[in-house]
Write a protein that binds this ligand. Structure first.
Ligand code: NAD
Length: 493
């Protein structure tokens, strides 16, 4: 059955771009197909917009900006809450769209819808608290202070691994701050973005405030980066493309926020129960089939419990069911496309050729061309691709270590600095790891670490800025300082 036929509301499946409150074809008639990675079948077609149509989206956002920023924060919050409520009302449809285009299991997709909606809820509240400050004046008879103002139009460029939540984490903040947005989703997963546009319209978010443009990624991004009227660029994706966009934004001195790749270490202390730690490590590695910037790529286990840990990890990993995301028993869906499968195979071959042991992962059991069976390598060393690169596949690598100083050096041996996990109950070790690990986020004894309250982001080449949390809205606000001079002097309190 086609995707549209399976939706409770087929109008959520849109095969257009969304510009200025209208559904748009490509003016030149150019289109591309979107593929279901589980079956390689075409789900639908989307337009490839012309440059003039991207400029039209910028014009529309510019024209809509004044009225949107003039609304009271409370009025923007009401519309954002309506948008969030619609996401939850249509959770099942949104999850189905996501599972079709991204491949993830329905359980993961439902979780992402809730996670995505939680950002809109959070920022609807945060917008009401975008406080300025009153400053004690050092100038006689003057009043000094700051006002928070929306920065202007925000361009949001997002990846395919979290097709909905990476949009709402940005758009929730920008819209609450009073900024119009132009979203450029990954061409692999446009339908989640377009469903969000349909729901934004139903939530009374005005024309021109939430736009979704589609087209050649490099061409569209260049237009957005070069445009003077776009004041903020927020990107989630690979470090390679992030660097390119940072360079391209220099010409117009934009506010740039980057959420880039990760290469998370997962450290297991000698005091841990190896079984408990192995269960957690499997959870931290294989979500979204390993295509997750938080995936535990480098599992570092104290030598004293290494062998037992490997046994439990292997058992648990092999119990994961690989299949079509719409089958209720599936844990791991396909990878996004054949190139990702090729890369995963190359990473495994590279590791084995450099001396790693392939403990499990028989690819002849894969249920289709884009699937990769969960794979475990032991004896992983720092010269291997599986250590150096963000593998973005269900390939886990385990390395033993002997003491805390050694494991901190090993964990930090990467250009990335997004997230790290540590499993130990020794408070002195916890503190040492927490302070020694060069990562933007460190999670101790918990796989789950994300949520709307969290300042999500990385250090080193994992990015710039923080999304969500108490400072997430600041990416879309300017601080205007004022000095009111020559005031009458006031006595008393
Ligand atoms: P990607 O960098 O290939 O693509 C991201 C976006 O950039 C897409 O919209 C894509 O169309 C666009 N793009 C691609 N090439 C471009 C170019 N030459 N010029 C301009 N735009 C271009 O990344 P991806 O493969 O879609 O996503 C996976 C990456 O995203 C991983 O590195 C992952 O770690 C990262 N990620 C990071 C976070 C985070 O919060 N730090 C979250 C999710 C994903």
């Amino acid at each position: 059955m086609s995707l549209a036929a399976r939706l409770s509301d087929p109008r959520l499946f849109r095969q257009y771009a969304y510009v200025n409150g209208r559904w748009a074809h490509s003016e030149a008639g150019r289109e591309e197909s979107v593929i279901d990675p589980a079956t390689d079948e075409v789900i639908g077609r989307i337009p490839v917009l012309e440059a003039a149509q991207i400029h039209a989206a910028i014009d529309a956002a510019d024209a809509a900006f004044a009225a949107w920023r003039a609304l009271r924060a409370e009025e923007r919050a009401e519309r954002l809450m309506a948008w969030r409520n619609l996401m939850l009302d249509y959770r099942e449809d949104l999850a189905l769209i996501m599972s079709f285009e991204q491949g993830k299991s329905m359980a993961d997709a439902r979780g992402e819808v809730e996670y995505g909606a939680s950002f809109v809820h959070w920022f609807a509240e945060e917008g009401k608290r975008a406080y300025g400050q009153t400053l004690p004046s050092h100038i006689p008879n003057a009043a000094l202070g700051t006002i928070k103002e929306p920065v202007g139009i925000a361009a949001l460029i997002t990846p395919w691994n979290f097709p909905l939540a990476m949009i709402t984490r940005k758009a929730g903040a920008a819209l609450a701050a009073g900024c119009p947005v132009i979203v450029k989703p990954a061409s692999e997963t446009p339908f989640s973005a377009l469903a969000l546009a349909e729901l934004a319209e139903r939530a009374n978010i005005p024309s021109g405030i939430f736009n979704v443009v589609l087209g050649d990624a490099a061409e569209v991004s260049q237009i957005l980066c070069n445009e003077e009227r776009i004041k903020a660029l927020s990107f989630t994706g690979s470090t390679r493309v992030g660097k390119l966009l940072l360079e391209q934004s220099a010409g117009t001195v934009k506010r740039v926020s980057l959420e880039l790749g990760g290469n998370a270490p997962f450290i297991v202390g000698p005091d841990m129960d190896p079984r408990e730690a192995a269960m957690a490590a499997v959870d931290a590695k294989f979500q979204t089939s390993g295509q997750d910037c938080l995936a535990a790529n480098r599992i570092l286990v104290h030598a004293s419990i290494h062998d037992e840990f490997v046994t439990h990890f292997t058992e648990r990993m092999q119990a994961l069911v690989v299949g079509n995301g719409r089958d209720s028993e599936t844990h791991l869906g396909p990878l996004i496309h054949a190139k990702a499968v090729e890369k995963a195979a190359a990473i495994v071959d590279d590791a084995v050729s450099r001396g790693a042991t392939l403990v499990a992962g028989d690819q002849s059991e894969a249920p289709g061309a884009n699937f990769f069976m969960p794979t475990l390598l032991t004896g992983v060393t720092s010269d291997m691709m599986v250590w150096r690169e963000e593998n973005f596949a269900p390939v886990a690598g385990i390395t033993p270590y002997n003491d805390d100083d050694e494991v901190i050096t090993m964990a930090n041996d990467t250009e990335y600095g997004l997230a790290a996990y540590a499993y130990t109950h020794d408070i002195r070790r916890i503190w040492k790891l927490l302070r020694g690990l060069e990562f933007g986020m460190v999670s101790v004894n918990s796989v789950k670490m994300t949520g709307p309250v969290v300042p999500f982001g990385g250090v080193k080449q994992s990015g710039l800025g923080r999304e969500g949390g108490p400072t997430g809205i600041d990416e879309y606000l300017e601080t205007k300082y004022y000095c009111l001079g020559a005031l009458p002097s006031v006595s008393g309190s």
